[in-house]
Design a protein around this ligand. Structure first.
Ligand SMILES: Nc1ncnc2c1ncn2[C@@H]1O[C@H](COP(=O)(O)OP(=O)(O)OP(=O)(O)O)[C@@H](O)[C@H]1O
Length: 244
């Protein structure tokens, strides 16, 4: 699996001209495994959306991501009331390549069923998505990623709602993807997991506090800086609005 590097040059992303994450520069090397960490509201999801091409940066440039990225979004932000089956929800992962008008092939339906089985959801193909438990829905999102088969995977809080065994299974899947040479960028809140399993870390607190090998970024000093910035968030946000 050949992924291209993803390069961020002085990237600022936000909403209505107001920055949520500021002046981030660096590179996700091909095949790298990176945790994106930081307090609530630090801009982690916003940056992922920028890399996924779902929102244009307010300024700066994101290069190398177009056409090679698949996103596992935060489940909490998704509308699950749409009345489609689990199999069709997984097949939606083919939307970027299949579009609205090409028929889904028998082989693709078979691959979607295999993806459901790989995440422990065989037998769920016909179930309506809205009837799944939170953990089952999270596994469904992993099945969609499996079908997409992209060189770069963006995972926004991928272990939310998963029980211990399923989380271990999904972590094994992430390591398998990494072993295949894919680039993996995951927003995480579990610092033990980050220290143990993620060789590189991007630490955000609206600004970039550090980006590099996890042991050099996840330091007590940076954790303290992140706490201070989170506490100063409201005041800082007002300053940004004025500056925009
Ligand atoms: N659609 C939106 N419109 C306006 N502001 C938004 C929007 N989405 C997010 N924000 C704001 O942008 C900032 C960054 O949000 P973001 O979701 O990127 O943070 P995060 O680091 O992923 O947080 P968490 O850990 O809580 O998921 C927050 O202050 C948030 O309120």
């Amino acid at each position: 699996m050949k992924a291209a590097p993803i390069t961020l040059t002085n990237v600022t992303c936000g909403y209505e001209g107001r920055p949520a994450v500021h002046h981030v520069s660096g590179e996700f090397a091909p095949g790298s495994l990176t945790a994106v960490i930081g307090p609530n509201g630090a801009g982690k999801s916003t940056l992922l959306r920028g890399i996924a091409g779902l929102q244009a940066p307010l300024s700066g440039e994101i290069a190398g991501a177009a056409g090679q990225v698949a996103l596992l979004p935060q489940a909490a932000g998704l509308d699950r009331s749409f009345p489609i089956s689990c199999l069709d929800a997984v097949l939606l992962g083919l939307w970027p390549s299949a579009g609205a008008f090409r028929a889904i092939t028998r082989a693709e339906r078979a691959r979607a069923a295999e993806a459901l089985a790989a995440v422990g959801l065989s037998g769920f193909a016909g179930r309506i998505v809205g009837t799944l438990s939170a953990g089952q829905f999270q596994r469904l999102l992993f099945a969609r990623l499996l079908l997409q088969d992209a060189p770069v995977l963006l995972l926004d809080e991928p272990f939310t709602a998963l029980d211990e065994r399923t989380a271990a299974d999904m972590l094994a899947l992430i390591h398998r993807w990494h072993g295949e040479g894919r680039t993996i960028i995951a927003v995480l809140h579990d610092m033990d997991l980050v220290t143990r399993d993620f060789p590189r870390t991007l630490f955000l607190a609206r600004d970039c506090l550090g980006w590099g090998p996890t042991d050099t970024v996840l330091t007590p000093e940076n954790r303290l800086r992140a706490r201070r910035m989170a506490e100063a968030w409201r005041e800082g946000a007002a300053d940004c609005r004025r500056a925009a």
